[in-house]
Design a protein. Sequence first.
Length: 274
Amino acid sequence: MNSANEQFFRRNILTVVMAVLALAFFYPVIFVIFNALKPEAQITLHPMAPPASLYLANFARAWTVMKFPAVFANTLFITAAGLGGIVLASSMAAYALARDDSRLSWILYGFFVFALVIPFQIIMVPIAVLAADLKLTSIPGIIPMYWGLGIPTAVFMFHGFVKGVPRELEESAAIDGAGQFYVFFAVVFPLLKTIVATVAVIDALWLWNDFLLPLIVVKEGTIQLAQMAFNGQFLKEYGPMSASLTLSALPIVLFYLGLQKYIIKGIAAGAVKG
């Protein structure tokens, strides 16, 4: 076998292997969509088979039982407010830490990095107690908790990226009389759009799909908690459950597809520049 044929053979084998892996990863999504479009009897008898016809009653029941417009609005508010606070606070903190070479700056940065290795399960009970003591057991009250949990990772990502922004740009703006806040928001922040998009996608996926923190703090009112209505102790409604998963995943999947090209680019750039 000559080199050209060998290259062609290897390329095709690699394509087949990657296609099989892609199908394996994508099949759970297909499985959920298939079962969302089938009545319960078909799901019980043939859970792996495609639907014989489009059965939309599952979506209607999921929409009604979950009170989908209300829980969608709550989840959207939590995601938007949580994401906005994380991006704003972490980018400003990372900029201040990256531009200050003092020992105190590195100690503070070390605290942010250390927070990354603390599992949520360790602080879960103290957070629930603190939320009750501070009267934060509500949809607006949970947002500052997401800020505290999400900022350390975002600071770590922003910090490496900010260090790659040339200081000369800031010095030029300062010579023209620009203040510190103007320099950051008008000069530095626009240059961070890649890492901003990366943090936005990663944290939006987390905020939108989070189940545990709303469960221990607000108890109800989000999409993920509302889906528990179809997963009872004695009865499981797989059709409406699959429909609810499809409805809840669609907005965040569209958001991800719109910004996914920035993820690897932003993470790689932040790692290199750090």
